[in-house]
Design a protein around this ligand. Structure first.
Ligand SMILES: [Zn+2]
Ligand SMILES: [Zn+2]
Length: 597
């Protein structure tokens, strides 16, 4: 995204440098003010470009040394002076040749270079006080209209994004229409940092990464519980929806990828292995192999739909520089499925699938949004096939009463699709799921057939779909969404038993055993530490429930129940706690309910 923004500003294409909306105009204007402040403090600095971006703006500067963190505060202070001075943004136009001369004379080679690269007779300049920038605009009336901003960080950035070019120093800032919006944004950034799944993964012993296998997680026992619970959830749901699970090989001869077409355009992303003088690859996707399962029997129209699910472990050769925790990996496990159906079954299948998707995300309190992408210019298949498939997607969305965004012409060459983003608790969108109708790729390339009611062989339609996306990415998202405080059914440890002192350890052991007998993931913390310390430790580990036991509890067969939030729910009969806990877990409740009745 940053590259596209950079391009837009560099080429000065389009009508404006920034969207002519109040927020983008204000952000772009703030970037000019930042450049002005930087020039005041560091007169030798050369200015490059400064577009508005999502949530803020940046500006790139040529400077011998990087900016120090304390520079940002100084720059911000000068910016505030410029804002108080309420300098008008004045637009002027001049012939391009004059503008090149103008910026040369001011010692701004980057501006001159941008001008030399564009095809325009006249260009516009914006001035506020002593600062002049090449810009299409639009801008605010004056610097005094800037409401609420903050400089966030600085990093290196190559001129025009090309590593052969000089390294510039970029300062990122954020700007909003009100102080309240700014505060909320800063809180979100702070919260996102605290929730970073890479940090929490290590602190909560969920997973780790080692340089012997970049982009592939080592799952630790507690993280493996998340994987297993999600797999169990998925399997139960899929069984209930008449899916059949398969598992196909990881290492596959390249002949398969030649037939599927992946070898042609995707082989750079595949890990290759030579075996007995033949080239194999680790599968980057599960699709083509599922066709072997389809083709091993003669299928009749009555056998369809055939819903083949697979927890497919895939490998993709992502560049090491792009790998990020669990959300950008080389090895991942998709909750994949391929549904083979008759064209007339599409509507029903997609409708059911959307219902399934909604239920899944509701389980995790994630808000989905839907994007429908239709036939692109270059595509395979007949108009009739496309019309039918697109109609099925439209109608299925309507049948589920779902709002969606339409992306005309954005479908795959082999069929239309619905992409699904989820929004987490911080309001951040994550693209995770996709439902793709495949009219031609698998059906034609692998010559899939079924015998129709008229006795004639016909091509089925394939639907590719994932709901979690990959277990890795989904667990990364869930970790941030819940800040590591997972619902009880997912929590690696569901309850901790804490005897008040050593004297109560016999009863504590009885309680622990009772929980274990009910198949709860319970721990006994009878370490020789103060109770307060052990309570805090359980809270830090995000254990949902603490069962504190002492003399009174031992006498009455009760436990003193505490939530990890710090809430103390007082003494409760042990048997009721066990029953309520089991019920909460079985219901896969997203909130803690035990002890609240
Ligand atoms: Zn500008
Ligand atoms: Zn597929």
């Amino acid at each position: 995204m940053a590259d596209a923004e950079q391009d837009r500003h560099l080429r000065l294409t389009g009508e404006f440098d920034c969207e002519p909306t109040p927020l983008d105009t204000m952000r772009h204007s703030t970037s000019h003010v930042m450049a002005q402040a930087v020039k005041r403090l560091f007169p030798a600095v050369k200015v490059a470009i400064g577009p508005a971006i999502e949530d803020g703006f940046y500006y790139d500067f040529a400077k011998a040394e990087p900016f120090a963190p304390e520079d940002l505060a100084r720059i911000e202070a000068v910016m505030r002076e410029i804002v108080s001075a309420d300098l008008p943004f004045e637009r002027t136009e001049m012939p391009r040749a004059d503008a090149i001369r103008f910026f040369r004379e001011r010692g701004e080679p980057y501006k001159a270079e941008i001008l030399e690269g564009i095809d325009a007779e006249r260009v516009s300049l914006y001035r506020q006080g002593d600062f002049v920038d090449l810009c299409r605009g639009p801008h605010l009336g004056s610097t005094g209209q800037i409401k609420a901003f903050k400089l966030l960080s600085t990093s290196g950035a190559y001129w025009r994004g090309d590593e052969k070019n000089p390294m510039l120093w970029r300062i990122y800032g954020t700007a909003w229409l009100s102080q309240e919006d700014l505060d909320r944004h800063l809180w979100r950034l702070e919260e996102a940092k605290k929730r970073d799944h890479r940090k929490l993964g290590r602190e909560l012993d969920l997973f780790d990464f080692y340089d012997v296998s970049p982009g592939a997680a080592f799952w630790l026992p507690h993280g493996m519980i998340l994987v297993r619970e999600l797999e169990k959830f998925a399997r139960e749901e899929l069984d209930a929806h008449d899916y059949q699970e398969i598992s196909t090989p990881l290492l596959v001869n390249k002949r398969l990828w030649e037939q599927s077409g992946h070898w042609e355009y995707y082989s750079d992303n595949m890990f290759k292995v030579e075996v007995e003088e033949e080239i194999f690859s680790l599968k980057p996707m599960n699709c083509p192999e599922s066709t072997y399962v389809y083709r091993r029997a003669l299928r009749s129209y009555r056998d369809l739909p055939l819903r083949l699910s697979e927890m497919g472990r895939c490998h993709r050769n992502e560049r090491s520089g792009t790998l990020t925790g669990l959300v950008r990996v080389r090895q991942f496990t998709q909750d994949d499925a391929h549904i083979y159906c008759r064209p007339d079954q599409l509507l029903e299948e997609i409708t059911a699938l959307l219902g399934l998707v909604r239920g899944w995300y509701a389980t995790f309190d994630l808000k989905p949004s839907f994007k429908l992408s239709t036939r692109p210019e270059k595509s395979l298949g007949t108009q009739e096939q496309w019309d039918q498939a697109e109609a099925a997607l439209y109608e299925a969305l309507a049948a589920n009463a779902l709002d969606y965004k339409l992306n005309p012409g954005d479908g795959a060459f082999y069929g239309p699709k619905i992409d699904i983003d989820v929004e987490d608790v911080l309001g951040r969108p994550w693209q995770i799921a996709t439902i793709q109708v495949d009219l031609t790729m698998l059906p034609e390339r692998f010559q899939l057939e079924y015998i129709d009611s008229d006795g004639q062989p016909k091509r089925p339609v394939a639907i590719h779909r994932v709901i979690f996306g990959s277990y890795e990415r989904f667990i990364g998202i869930l970790t941030e969404h819940f800040a590591g405080a997972f619902p009880t059914w997912l929590a690696p440890v569901q309850a901790r038993v804490l005897p008040i002192s050593e004297k109560h350890s016999v009863y504590a052991r009885t309680v622990h055993e009772r929980l274990r007998a009910a198949r709860l993931r319970a721990e006994l913390d009878d370490r020789n530490e103060k109770l307060g310390y052990r309570i805090r430790d359980a809270q830090l580990r995000k254990v949902p429930y603490m069962l504190v036991v002492g003399e009174r509890e031992a006498q009455g067969g009760t436990v003193s129940l505490r939530h990890r939030t710090g809430e103390d729910l007082g003494a409760q009969p042990l048997e009721r706690v066990v029953a309520d806990l089991s019920r909460e877990i079985a219901a896969r409740s997203v909130t803690l309910t035990v002890g609240r009745s």
